[in-house]
Design a protein around this ligand. Structure first.
Ligand SMILES: Cc1cc2nc3c(=O)[nH]c(=O)nc-3n(C[C@H](O)[C@H](O)[C@H](O)COP(=O)(O)OP(=O)(O)OC[C@H]3O[C@@H](n4cnc5c(N)ncnc54)[C@H](O)[C@@H]3O)c2cc1C
Length: 386
């Protein structure tokens, strides 16, 4: 019997696992699957900017237990291993897993899927922080800080930062209940890949909610003193100052969860070198999907597209056919939610109306789709089972 091993149960992993089970493993006596993940729950990062605002989004909308889906599969066909891949021997076809109970175990595979995604820096629960329990603890601690703070500071000018500043501004800036700061190191919020008109609109909407913008500024140090965090700030012109906050929300980037992968398989940023067939470079039996790979940016749209592609082509491949190539969608697409009623975005070179972003994203932040994705019945853009 051949063993398919999947590492990670995120936006890419969850649908991939269920659909390979349906189309290949459960239909053939030749395959079984082993899934490895340190968490008992699927996590929905897209809603996190609203989740950190106390009372706006209950836990159960962002974390979904895996057990109800996994218990459907026969024991001789499926195994869930609670732990983290700690090393990979790609020539010996073995992954070593550090089990959550403190022991370790070697898992052999015929085909491996690396879907281990990325983690937020500073142990921020924008993504999972190890186990589900630890992630819940981090989320609840942040919510408490935000609730009791006089001053909230969001730092880091990417999508997570802009959306979080928007949610905090919507709840506390508009009515001047708290001072809300947004620190970022470019002239405008969001990355230069986003159209200037969209970046300017983001700035305008945040200013309308009384968010105090601090462009061209970097946090160089954060020191906790009792309930306060003292931030040292440096402006691009070289001047420095301090800012005191009781809720500091850094959104300063992601780290790929690939420390178990041999260095020769990684690029200089630590992402797995990923071919357009979604394989690890040099290894035909190792697939990489989602944030862990270097073919596309860390985006749900990419994780979704890659998982959807593999779900389509793998049944034929496991039947002995060839593997179709994945085509990267190069059209820039951004949807930026700015509080609970506004947004902006871009489709190709067109700016998208606020109402459309609210309708497609801001209303629910994807939590209408999250249960289906968590159960593996759909990706964000395709439904495989009703
Ligand atoms: C706040 C926020 C908002 C976002 N909003 C958007 C958006 O609006 N649009 C958009 O396109 N993208 C958005 N993204 C990006 C999107 O969330 C990611 O691209 C997506 O989650 C990637 O999915 P993934 O399955 O590759 O990885 P992840 O979601 O990171 O899942 C990884 C899985 O691997 C497991 N794992 C980790 N390490 C190991 C290991 N060593 N062994 C085994 N398992 C492991 C984890 O427990 C988890 O189950 C947002 C991200 C954040 C943080």
């Amino acid at each position: 019997m051949k063993t398919i091993v999947v590492l990670g149960v995120g936006l890419a992993g969850a649908p991939l696992i269920r659909q390979i089970m349906r189309t290949t493993v459960l239909k053939s006596k030749d395959y079984k699957m082993i899934v490895v993940s340190p968490t008992t729950h699927f996590h929905w990062p897209i809603a996190m900017p609203r989740v950190v605002v106390p009372g706006q989004m209950p836990d159960e909308k962002i974390m979904y237990p895996l057990e109800p889906t996994f218990r459907e599969y026969p024991k001789d066909k499926f195994e869930f291993v609670l732990g983290s891949a700690s090393s990979l021997d790609p020539d010996g076809n073995t992954v070593t897993v550090a089990l959550d109970d403190g022991t370790s175990r070697d898992v052999s595979y015929d085909t491996l899927f690396i879907a281990t995604g990325s983690s937020a820096k500073d142990e921020m629960p924008w993504k999972l922080v190890g186990t589900a329990a630890n992630t819940f603890d981090r989320i609840h601690a942040l919510q408490k800080q935000v609730e009791s703070a006089d001053t909230v500071v969001v730092a880091g000018g990417g999508l997570t930062g802009a959306e979080t500043a928007g949610e905090i501004g919507y709840q506390y800036g508009k009515n001047r209940k708290k001072q809300v700061y947004f620190i970022y190191n470019n002239e405008l919020p969001l990355s230069p890949a986003v159209m200037d008109s969209v970046r300017k609109q983001t700035k305008l909407e945040l200013e309308r909610m009384n968010v105090k913008l601090m462009p061209k500024t970097t946090v160089t140090k954060a020191t906790i003193q009792g309930k306060d965090t003292i931030l040292q700030l440096r402006h691009a012109d070289g001047t420095t100052k301090t800012l005191t906050t009781q809720a500091y929300l850094p959104t300063t980037g992601m780290t790929p969860n690939t420390s178990f992968v041999p260095t020769k398989m990684l690029d200089s940023n630590g992402y797995v070198k990923q071919t357009s067939f979604l394989r690890a470079e040099g290894y035909k039996n190792i697939f990489v999907v989602g944030d862990a790979g270097n073919l596309e940016d860390n985006r749900a749209l990419a994780a979704d597209g890659q998982a959807g592609h593999l779900i389509k082509v793998l049944p034929g491949y496991f039947d002995g056919g060839s593997l179709a190539e994945y085509k990267v969608n190069t059209k820039p697409m951004y949807g930026i939610t700015l509080g609970q009623s506004k947004g902006t975005g871009q489709m190709g070179s067109f700016k998208v109306f606020s109402f459309l972003i609210w309708l497609l994203k801001g209303r629910f932040l994807g939590t209408d789709k999250a249960p289906g994705v968590a159960a593996g019945k759909m990706t964000m853009s395709a439904t495989f089972e009703k």
